[in-house]
Design a protein around this ligand. Structure first.
Ligand code: SF4
Ligand code: SF4
Length: 135
């Protein structure tokens, strides 16, 4: 993935918004990687949990909001328990989903599923793919 770092991105209101919604201090992360090492969903993620925090620190809004990882996260909270800095990574990921959902951008568009898919997919899987614990 090609990343362009800029002062403008770091100072973007997106960084403040993620901190405000998640209640987390992103700068507390020192990139030890313990969150990613314990994450049970990491093999399916395009951006690892520690990278999500790093990207959020640096204001990489487009990369984060387009990532599969924020929807793959199962909200199991293992990362929160493992972080030596007390950062609740799951809440940061939740904040990213909230930013999208507040713009009415669902990850899964139910109207695009076929009747067969709607029949086959368990309802709880459908709900989880869209909402997790986002209210
Ligand atoms: S809450 Fe999400 S990111 Fe954290 S360990 Fe669980 S699946 Fe991984
Ligand atoms: S465990 Fe905490 S300090 Fe370590 S990389 Fe993850 S968020 Fe950063």
């Amino acid at each position: 993935m090609r990343i362009n770092l800029s002062r403008k991105k770091i100072r973007d209101s997106f960084v403040d918004k993620v901190q405000e919604l998640s209640g987390q201090n992103l700068l507390a992360c020192y990139q030890c990687g313990k969150c990613s090492a314990g994450c049970p969903a990491v093999m399916d993620m395009d951006i690892l949990p520690n990278q999500i925090i790093r990207f959020a620190q640096l204001g990489f809004k487009d990369e984060l909001l387009a990532s599969k990882a924020i929807w793959i996260c199962a909200s199991c909270l293992t990362c929160n328990a493992r972080c030596p800095k007390g950062i609740n990574i799951a809440e940061v990921i939740e904040a990213l989903r909230q930013i999208l959902l507040r713009n009415r951008e669902d990850h899964l568009k139910v109207e695009n599923l076929s009747d067969k898919e709607k029949e086959d997919i368990p309802p709880i899987a459908l709900i989880c793919s869209m909402r997790k614990f986002t209210s």
